[in-house]
Every structure is written in C-alpha cells, then in structure tokens.
Design a protein around this ligand. Structure first.
Ligand code: OAD
Length: 239
C-alpha cells in the first residue's frame, strides 16, 4: 500500500519527461547544460525554424538520433516496464521523450506524445516511417518518393501533441497519476496533474528537485528517477 492511497489502485497513468533518461546520459532540456541552454528552441523546434533553416534542424535531430546508439535504458525505464508487465491493473505510459529507451527497457506500450527521433514524416504523402539514418533536404520519402518533403516526426512548439484524445480519456479514468522527471513547463503535459486530480486520482511526482507544478501533486518524492521509481514500483507491486 502506498502512503496516502487507501483504495485499491486499478488504473495508473505514468508520465515521463527528460529526467527519466538523464541517468542514461541523455541531456535534459532545461537543467544546467541542457539542450535548450546551447540552442534556442525557437531556432530549432518550430515549423518556422525548419522553414527558415532546414539544414540546422536536420543536423540537430540527426545528431540526437545518432546519440541513441551510444546510450542504454536505465533502471527507471526497466522498472516502469516491469510495472506495466506485472501490475494487475492497467498502466498507461505516456512520455514526452522522443528517445526509444522505454521500448528498449521493455515497455510493452508507450505513447510518444511529442513524436519520436527514429521516425520521419513526409509532408507530401503525410506518412510517418521508421528512420535510422541521417536526413537532409535532398532525402526522398521511401513511400511516395517525393524529394525534400521529409521532416523529423517530432511535435514542435505550436503543434498539437499526438494521441491527446486517448491521453485525456486515460486521465479521466485513472486513480493514480505519476509524473517522473519532467519540469512541468510545457503544456499540455504540465496540466495532466490537474486533470488527473479533477478525476479524483491520487498524484505522485518524482523529480530531483521541485518542478513548476509540484504544488499540484499530493505527494512529492525527491530524488533520482532510478532510485525513486524502484521504490514506488516495489510498493505498487507489493500491494
Ligand atoms: P526538462 O528538461 O524541462 O525537465 C527535466 C526535469 O527532469 C527537471 O525537472 C529535472 O529536475 C528532472 N531531472 C533531471 N534529472 C533527473 C533524474 N536523474 N531523476 C529525476 N528527475 C530528474 O524536460 P521535460 O519536462 O521532459 O519538447 O521537457 C518537456 C518538453 O520540453 C520536451 O518534451 C521537449 C522540450 O521542449 C519538445 O521537444 C517538443
């Protein structure tokens, strides 16, 4: 039984952010030394930035895609996958992360609300496809063969995240909401804690430090994702 939860938990929504992959060696966005310290997000992560300087945007995402080969899932990814496999109720995992470490950690279901580094989207035929190589303005769509129409399948600022209907329905029906390693700065994900509370769910935050939305959580567990996720998963599976 987890402290503060006096009912049997049946449906969990677990939200992750860049902090869950930090101990694998991937930079977060807003911590000191984070990705947005060296790059202005408005020069990289918007449709306007891509239109203005596609070469810069391709380079940024090619480098991040290649970096995935040098990192491995950490204990937090693996423990989340274990919770999904062994919890007798439902665990819906929604991540803001565009890496593939949840999948490589064994998660059977991952909702990538901000897209995926290893997918590209063709603006000519609107198909999204698995992408493992480098891309530039001359790359052709493997489906429709159109040249110069590919963009990273990443949700940029000003765009609507993927699968919002599914996520909102999961939030309306969950009885426990857990957020791990996210700063609570970027919406709509930053608003999920309030949606879950409105639905009557218990809410727990795991973070190394207070986030922008910490005060909306009923319970804060301060520490690294690897150790705090392990304890929480053990408590949930012991019930
Ligand atoms: P941020 O970089 O904004 O926040 C990372 C959070 O993880 C911070 O609150 C840290 O305190 C915490 N953290 C760092 N290391 C940790 C660790 N080892 N254990 C636990 N917590 C740790 O990343 P996000 O909140 O994921 O969007 O950012 C949200 C979105 O902003 C991203 O998906 C991205 C970005 O712009 C797009 O690219 C569309």
């Amino acid at each position: 039984m987890i402290a503060g939860v006096d009912y049997p938990v049946e449906r969990i929504v677990l939200l992750t952010g860049a902090g869950v992959s930090a101990e694998s060696g991937l930079s977060t966005f807003r911590d000191s030394g984070g990705l947005w310290e060296n790059h202005d997000p408005m020069e990289i992560a918007t449709p306007e930035a891509f239109a203005r300087d596609p070469a810069l945007v391709y380079r940024f995402y090619n480098a991040r895609r290649n970096q995935l080969q040098q990192v491995a899932p950490n204990a937090a990814h693996c423990d989340i996958a274990r919770l999904q496999a062994e919890f007798p109720g439902e665990v819906f995992l929604v991540t803001q992360n565009v890496d593939d470490l949840h999948e490589r950690g064994g998660s059977p279901q991952v909702c990538h609300m901000h897209g995926e580094l290893q997918r590209m989207l063709c603006l000519a035929c609107r198909e999204s496809f698995t992408a493992r190589q480098d891309y530039d303005s001359s790359s052709r769509c493997p489906g429709c063969r159109a040249p110069g129409a590919l963009r990273p399948d990443i949700v940029w600022f000003g765009e609507i995240p993927y699968q919002m209907d599914t996520i909102e329905s999961q939030l309306r029906n969950c009885d426990l909401f857990i957020a791990v390693g996210t700063s609570g700065v970027v919406y709509p994900a930053a608003g999920f804690v309030r949606q879950a509370r409105a639905a009557g769910a218990m809410t727990i935050e795991i973070n190394r430090e207070a986030s922008e939305v910490s005060s909306f959580f009923q319970q804060q567990r301060c520490g690294c994702a690897t150790s705090e996720v392990r304890s929480l998963v053990e408590e949930l599976l012991a019930d």
